[in-house]
Design a protein around this ligand. Structure first.
Ligand code: GTP
Ligand code: MG
Length: 138
């Protein structure tokens, strides 16, 4: 699988009622859905998913937040998916995100920033397989 990325609509955006609007922006930008589900991370899932940030001061907060409520997990397909999706979501901190980006429009703060996007092809595949079995990816 090349040209795929993995995303989560995070608990803040789900709670704020933005699932439909965010999926609309993703579809408009030309991404195709390969897999999708409404689910919730356990604390152990969130710790594992964000393990690279384990030494960062915000790790505890990040794990608590990401396991605090339902999320939408999805695998998306498009040419240049990883880079194009990160452009579509905007900077980590919504205050610094460009106009029209998903984080600018829907995020609450740097910690509760509406969406996740994979940062490499390698991680996209690892993250997709973390959330979905082979038979759930189309
Ligand atoms: P993801 O797509 O979620 O991986 O975000 P990112 O790649 O734009 O940022 P990064 O991987 O550096 O950080 C992962 C997540 O940690 C961010 O999306 C935020 O939810 C959270 N995070 C990053 N910096 C801070 C911070 O300074 N404070 C808090 N509370 N959370 C942060
Ligand atoms: Mg990241």
């Amino acid at each position: 699988m090349s040209n795929i990325t993995f995303t989560m609509i995070k608990p803040d955006a789900v709670a704020d009622g933005h699932i439909g609007a965010i999926l609309g922006k993703i579809a408009e930008a030309g991404f195709k859905l390969k897999a999708m589900k409404l689910t919730q991370l356990t604390v152990a899932d969130a710790k594992k998913f964000y393990e690279v940030h384990a030494k960062r001061p915000f790790y505890g907060e990040l794990v608590d937040f990401m396991s605090s409520g339902p999320i939408v997990a999805a695998v998306l397909e498009k040419e240049n998916a990883v880079e194009d999706f990160r452009k579509l979501i905007g900077a980590t901190n919504p205050a610094e995100a460009a106009e029209g980006t998903i984080r600018k429009m829907f995020a609450r703060s740097v910690g509760e920033n509406a969406v996740h996007g994979s940062d490499s092809d390698e991680n996209a595949l690892i993250e997709a397989q973390f959330h979905f079995s082979g038979r759930e990816i189309f």
